[in-house]
Design a protein around this ligand. Structure first.
Ligand code: 7RM
Length: 657
């Protein structure tokens, strides 16, 4: 059978939700989904009015939206403090004593924080931050691991209206420095270190190095996670304070009063800035605001995960990425969910860790990434088989296209053919889930990310915006603004407009390629710009290249992706050296270490190849398409007529890695 026919047959597999799932689901049929989706687009005011009543509004909104692209405002006129929807509103209900976070540290220690306790910590930290000089509008950087205090940190900032910028703990000190400087953060919240695969990630040491060149930071708050014996840290007099001291020492009475009854902010007040890779060397500070973001993550958490009061919901993302922001913190807490949170690696001390956590805490909803699923497949079925996974009722996937084989394994081995799978497509910029199947309302097709979520008007189009026919490949665009969309890039409105709104007339361009099948299901193929997706991490090729050329031995560099069974894409770089520099193992190691330092270990190239020259067009542009083919070991197809020097390509093909 040809590959094509085989893949068509696979596509025809459909998995309807079980009757027992649908019977109890919030949205129980395709007709119900369709009528809600239609209303969300045709009568958005009515739809959003009805679906945001649970949220806490200090001042109601007078108008749903107002836009003149690329700027858009939602819930015009509303005032709110987002943390009141996530915390305070639960205190007047039986949720007061419900677990908000069930946390497990990598060494095996556990903690549970009820909504009451989480609220108390957030109020204390907000008061302490006020005493440290943090005011509404000030930026606060958060460089922490997966500990409950990271959630406290984010919510404390939000309570004060101080936009947080969480920097993933896997980023290097240089990357941390650049992000702090870009947003001009005033305070940094960090910890001595974090556990990862039995090792300590020395966050405070890295922060110290970053802060040598980050003049805007006035105060640093340091949580003791590891302890002095194993991870001694140096506290800088006048700048650094211990988290524990702040929480114990009484804050000033006015700060406490203010933290207890916090200010309400305009619907469009900035909530956070989160850096993500784009197609230039400079990361983009994606800026989200308050009411629209809250409405988007609240509604999607509730309906996509079909959340119920007795669920134990576990999103395995890191809070350093948008999935952690939206689906560990703001979405689930605004729904009053119990969230599982885990500090460490999925294979520590062995590959049964996730399954052990599910069994031990009775996790009912698991939301993870295809790259993790593929790693579990490789590790073997014996690990999950050793554990009781019968508490699971729903599975989710996010971060990259899930290959049908991984989907089937997830369905069979983890879901016992009983749990619906929601494959959710969205981006840092979209704030919330945009494409998925609602678990009780639609059949799933392995590998398809499903249908538009409420309020989402999304399409596949050609270069100038003409719609594609069913199954015709094109660019994935969103045809009208939606509440949880990014409002701008920090300090760079122009780049925001150019990147997202100027590519195809009048629509938001996602950067992804896709097609939509005859049932209206979307099949996203991935990025069509210079952004790679390596093990679920978004990495810009230009970022890697500019990091490489900053090494003294490197003249020129080109980074490309090639398909990889485990990571989705692997990162391959081609490097030319300055005169007199010697290629070899030592230099490869040095370049790898250089990337660790400039960006972080997760961005380390899988393959480094030295070459005398790079294939270029006559006008001097590097032909990445050819390099991609070389990196994938395939034939170089397509047009090479603009190639300046054919011998370059021949040489690249015959060189071994
Ligand atoms: C949530 C997140 C965004 C990019 C996006 C896609 C890819 C994410 C899926 C997916 C196919 C999915 N934010 N992507 N989810 N592709 N199916 N379900 O990942 O900003 O870090 O990345 O990830 O290419 O543009 S992100």
């Amino acid at each position: 059978m040809s590959d094509r026919i085989e893949s068509r047959l696979k596509e025809d597999r459909r998995f309807p939700p079980s009757k027992s799932f649908s019977d109890r689901a919030r949205v129980a049929s395709h007709a119900a989904y369709e009528s809600m989706h239609r209303q969300s687009l045709e009568e958005p005011d009515v739809f959003w009015r009805e679906h945001t009543t649970e949220l806490v509004w200090r001042e109601p909104w007078t108008k749903f939206s107002e836009w003149s692209l690329p700027t858009a405002r939602f819930f015009v006129g509303a005032r709110l403090n987002i943390t009141e929807s996530c915390l305070d509103r639960h205190l007047a209900t039986p949720h007061r004593t419900k677990a908000a976070l069930i946390w497990e540290g990598e060494p095996g220690d556990t903690r549970t924080l009820t909504y009451f306790e989480l609220h108390r910590h957030v109020v204390r930290m907000a008061a302490a931050l006020t005493d440290l000089g943090v005011k509404a509008g000030d930026r606060v950087a958060i460089y922490m691991g997966m500990v409950p205090e990271a959630v406290v940190a984010m919510l404390a900032c939000a309570r004060l209206g101080a936009p947080h910028s969480v920097i993933f703990g896997g980023f290097s000190s240089d990357a941390l420095r650049d992000r702090i400087n870009d947003c001009g953060a005033k305070v940094l919240l960090t910890q001595d270190g974090s556990w990862r695969r039995g090792n300590i990630v020395p966050l405070k040491k890295m922060a110290d190095a970053a802060l040598e060149q980050a003049p805007t930071i006035e105060k640093v708050v340091v949580l003791k996670r590891i302890g002095h014996d194993r991870e001694p840290v140096v506290m800088k007099e006048g700048r650094d304070v211990w988290w524990e001291d702040l929480m114990e020492r009484p804050a000033s009475p006015t700060s406490v009063a203010h933290a207890r009854k916090p200010d309400a902010f305009d619907a469009e007040h900035p909530l956070f800035v989160l850096y993500t890779s784009g197609s230039t060397g400079k990361p983009k500070g994606v800026q989200h605001t308050t009411a629209g973001y809250l409405a988007g993550v609240h509604l999607s958490t509730k309906y996509v995960f079909d959340l119920r009061d007795d669920d134990v919901y576990w999103c395995t993302a890191d809070i350093g990425w948008v999935t952690g922001h939206s689906y560990i913190v703001y979405g689930p807490l605004s729904c009053g969910a119990t969230c599982m949170m885990y500090e460490g690696a999925p294979n520590f001390p062995d590959w049964s860790r996730f399954w052990q956590i599910i069994e031990r805490h009775g996790v009912s909803i698991l939301y993870t990434a295809p790259t993790a699923i593929r790693a579990f497949i490789r590790a073997g079925d014996e690990w999950p088989k050793k554990h009781d996974l019968s508490s699971l009722r729903l599975l989710g996937s996010v971060g990259e296209p899930i290959n049908p084989e991984a989907w089937m394994w997830y369905h069979r081995v983890i879901g016992a053919e009983r749990c619906p799978i929601v494959d959710t497509w969205w981006q840092t910029e979209t704030g919330a889930i945009m494409l998925t199947t609602l678990p009780g309302a639609a059949f799933t097709k392995p590998g398809s990310t499903g249908l538009p979520f409420f309020g989402v008007d999304i399409a596949v189009v050609k270069d100038r915006g003409e719609p594609c026919a069913p199954n015709e490949g094109g660019k994935l665009v969103v045809r009208r603004p939606w509440p949880s969309m990014a409002r701008t890039l920090w300090g760079d409105d122009e780049r925001y407009r150019k990147t997202y709104w100027d590519v195809i007339p009048d629509v938001y361009f996602t950067g992804d390629g896709s097609r939509r099948d005859e049932d209206g299901y979307f099949w996203v193929v991935g990025r069509i710009d210079d952004v790679l997706n390596v093990a679920g991490h978004r990495i810009g090729t230009a970022e890697i290249e500019s990091a490489l050329v900053s090494h003294p031995a490197v003249a020129e560099a080109a980074a490309v992706g090639r398909p990889d069974d485990l990571k989705g894409q692997a990162l391959c770089v081609f490097v030319t050296l300055k005169a007199g520099k010697k290629a070899g193992r030592d230099l490869k190691d040095a370049l790898a270490a250089h990337i660790d330092r400039e960006i972080g270990k997760f961005a380390r190239p899988d393959v480094i190849r030295f070459t005398d020259s790079l294939p270029k067009t006559r006008s001097g542009k590097i032909m990445r398409r050819l390099l991609k083919e070389v990196a994938s070991g395939g034939e170089t197809k397509g047009d090479t007529t603009t190639l300046e020097d054919f011998s370059v390509l021949a040489k690249l093909r015959t060189d071994e890695e």
